[in-house]
Design a protein around this ligand. Sequence first.
Ligand SMILES: [Cu+2]
Length: 311
Amino acid sequence: MNTPARLGAYAAGLAVIFVAALGAGTALGSGEPPRATPRPAHGHADPSGPTGSTDPTGSTGPAPGHAHEEASEVASALPGLQISQDGYTLVPLTTTLTRGKATGFRFTVNGPDGAPVTRYQVKHEKELHFIVVSRDLGDFWHLHPEEAGDGVWSVPLTLPDAGAYRVFADFAPEGGPGLTLGADLFVPGDYRPRPLPPVDRTAQVDGYTVTLAGDLTPGQVSKLVFTVSKDGKPVGDLEPYLGANGHLVAIRAGDLAYLHVHPEEDTTAAGVTFAASAPSGGDYRLFLDFKHGGTVHTAAFTVRATDTAGH
Ligand SMILES: [Cu+2]
């Protein structure tokens, strides 16, 4: 193998860990081969997973027309860090918003031919998932823009504070790879970044208490189990949201690498289980969306991935 090819293979290997780990959770011991776009073994649970989006495998290998860029191939192993990948580019029509002002935020995803993509695969009930976080990870929104035609996506967006924000478009074009592309937005004003909240296994949101069991371990798949309770009792009737009992996005502190995680099948009525790993040690902010009482709630946790495996 020449050097670029080896780098590509290395990246693909990383990608496998990432996908198996953070992907839909099936991969525990499945020994799936790396090039599993579209989704591996995960059968019906959600063949669609925007996990597809965390699935860089389609891109890290010798994707046509990209094999010459070994550096970008390696970088593409971590979703969300790039504004353009595999010929697809996220194009915000605005990047500066006014603090506190409702905006019809619009963007396109331009394809290899330079034109906006108009045809997408449905993943987790949607063609495109749009995540917005403040770069200090203090704010999080999981939105579903509408494609108004001509490939222009639009979503109401109000950014409450000055600062820098990261947006992620998580999608798979028809016939193309699952991708998560990221771009920065800015809100002028007096910026007061907040420190990352401390590591905590319990989160309070809207009167619910959500507890987390399990650890994020670099390079190793393990289970994260979230249990939702209210007034001291487990909530026994979580409602389906995006085709599952819950939806988890994990973002690495420091560079906002993006992991879109989906539940395992041993999810129970009061909780949700995910199979997860981390691409590295360090702190991650986990945002769990769950639906109850007809409303989607988001519980957020800071989790530290530490390498306990001695490698
Ligand atoms: Cu979504």
